[in-house]
Design a protein around this ligand. Structure first.
Ligand SMILES: [Zn+2]
Ligand SMILES: [Zn+2]
Length: 164
């Protein structure tokens, strides 16, 4: 079951053009993540502000979460943290099919947060952005240094041509 993230707008609507700090923790569904054997490591957290302007609610800040899984390049179990910028407007009624809406004094941010998370995830799950992965020959983790089979090509050719 998907946990609903509902914000109470009562005091926000009563004070237009005023920024209210919003901090909300939620447990996202692992189905958001397409990587094999990968899921959320603990809860996600939104931290930011809400503001009521001209009958619209602006919600902006950052979503922080971590994913736990196996690195696609070096195959190590790892937990990687992500910070996703969030900036959306919620309307009193939907004019376009993909508009986010609020109802009365309640704003359900579940879909908006989930959209922001799923759109931000990179194509592959990595322990770090510049993970060097494993040597395809000997399997050594290249993050820990070069392996023996990593002989520069120049030497290989110069050996052939200088041998008498
Ligand atoms: Zn890695
Ligand atoms: Zn190697």
């Amino acid at each position: 079951m998907c946990e609903q993230i509902v914000l109470d707008l009562t005091s926000i609507i009563a004070n237009p053009n005023k920024e209210f700090a919003v901090s909300v923790q939620f447990a996202p569904e692992d189905s958001l993540v397409d990587y094999p054997q990968c899921g959320f490591d603990g809860k996600a957290r939104f931290e930011g502000f809400a503001c009521f302007v001209d009958s619209e609610v602006e919600l902006y800040g950052k979503i922080k979460f971590a994913l736990r899984g196996v690195c696609d390049r070096c195959c190590k179990p790892t937990s990687t943290e992500y910070v996703v910028p969030f900036d959306e407007v919620f309307y009193p009624s939907a004019e376009e099919f993909d508009d986010y809406v609020y109802e009365g004094s309640k704003l359900d941010a579940t879909k908006a947060f989930y959209d922001a998370i799923s759109l931000s995830l990179p194509i592959s799950f990595l322990c770090k952005e510049d993970c060097k992965g494993l040597c395809p020959r000997c399997g050594k983790d290249r993050n820990e240094g070069d392996c023996q089979c990593n002989v520069p090509k120049n030497n290989y050719f110069s050996n052939i041509y200088t041998t008498k």
